[in-house]
Design a protein around this ligand. Structure first.
Ligand SMILES: Nc1ncnc2c1ncn2[C@@H]1O[C@H](COP(=O)(O)OP(=O)(O)OP(=O)(O)O)[C@@H](O)[C@H]1O
Ligand SMILES: [Mg+2]
Length: 263
């Protein structure tokens, strides 16, 4: 049965998508059958694994059908879930893509039945097909994020090594607590992941120290460095493993994946 890990932080541009894509790819490279779920209307995770065009059906249709779980048939799901670009030989990686059209679901769900549990129903329907499901959340604490937290077993919080990085984390932790109390009592915080660390920059070190001092809970030993290869890879539609396996960014995400797998 799949373990579902949500990559969440309502702060924009902190490395959620880079983390979700590369963590999922590292799991797949370790021969874990993995599904990357893109629940951000920006669709950056989809593009990062080579799904560039808007698909006929994507996560939007899946979440609409998820009002009634019996409508999520395996035929329907296999139309929506794509293999991540196969020429790249990551056989264990699949993607449930998103597109800008997902934004309207946010409004459609306001008064809808099961509005917080659509993603949970969706995960229920696929959890026996995968070992790991990694969800790339949008930069907000909206209903799409609530759905994500309600469906997940655990959350990874990427924290960028910049000033203001801890701003908003308290709000995120409050939201997680609300979800734990009302919607998903099993939700665990996996920990905070320091991203875009620049060893030449004393501010980066200071922020990393501050996060380690102030973050209520675990901060992963693995740190993701600022690495231009990580920023370039999405424009080729490839996870870093397939773009530059020797890069510092690739080594860091591989180490992080192993740290997560080993608890
Ligand atoms: N470790 C890194 N080194 C260099 N660039 C990075 C790194 N991590 C992310 N980036 C770049 O920083 C930008 C923001 O990263 P990313 O898209 O992963 O953040 P995000 O939290 O998903 O953003 P959003 O909130 O918009 O969804 C992207 O251009 C990405 O390529
Ligand atoms: Mg993103």
């Amino acid at each position: 049965m799949a373990k579902t890990i949500a990559i969440c932080n309502q702060k924009g541009g902190v490395g959620k998508t880079t983390t979700a894509v590369n963590l999922a790819a590292c799991f797949a490279a370790l021969e874990k059958k993995t599904l990357l779920v893109d629940i951000d209307p920006q669709a950056n995770a989809s593009q990062s694994v080579g799904v560039n065009e808007v698909q006929e059906e994507d996560i939007y249709e899946a979440l609409v059908l998820a009002e009634k779980p019996e409508e999520l048939t395996s035929e329907k799901l296999s139309e929506i879930i794509k293999s991540a670009n196969q020429e790249y030989k990551l056989k264990c990686l699949s993607i449930m893509p998103s597109s800008p059209g997902l934004a309207k679901l946010e409004i459609e769900l306001v008064n809808a039945a099961n509005r917080e549990r659509r993603m949970q129903n969706l995960i229920q329907a696929i959890k026996f097909t995968y070992e790991y499901i990694v969800i790339d959340a949008p930069p907000s604490l909206n209903l799409l994020t609530i759905n994500t937290l309600t469906a997940a077993n655990s959350v990874v919080i990427p924290v960028q090594c910049e000033y203001f990085s801890l701003q908003g984390v308290a709000e995120l932790l409050n939201t997680i607590k609300l979800v734990q109390n009302n919607l998903n009592s099993n939700l665990k915080i996996e920990g905070a992941l320091l991203t875009m660390f620049d060893s030449r920059n004393s501010l980066s070190k200071q922020v990393a120290d501050d996060v380690r001092k102030n973050f209520p809970g675990r901060v992963f030993d693995s740190i993701i460095p600022r690495n231009v290869k990580l920023a370039e890879a999405p424009s080729y539609g490839k996870p870093i493993l397939l773009y530059d396996i020797q890069s510092a960014g690739c080594l860091a995400y591989m180490k992080f994946a192993e740290e997560l797998l080993n608890g």
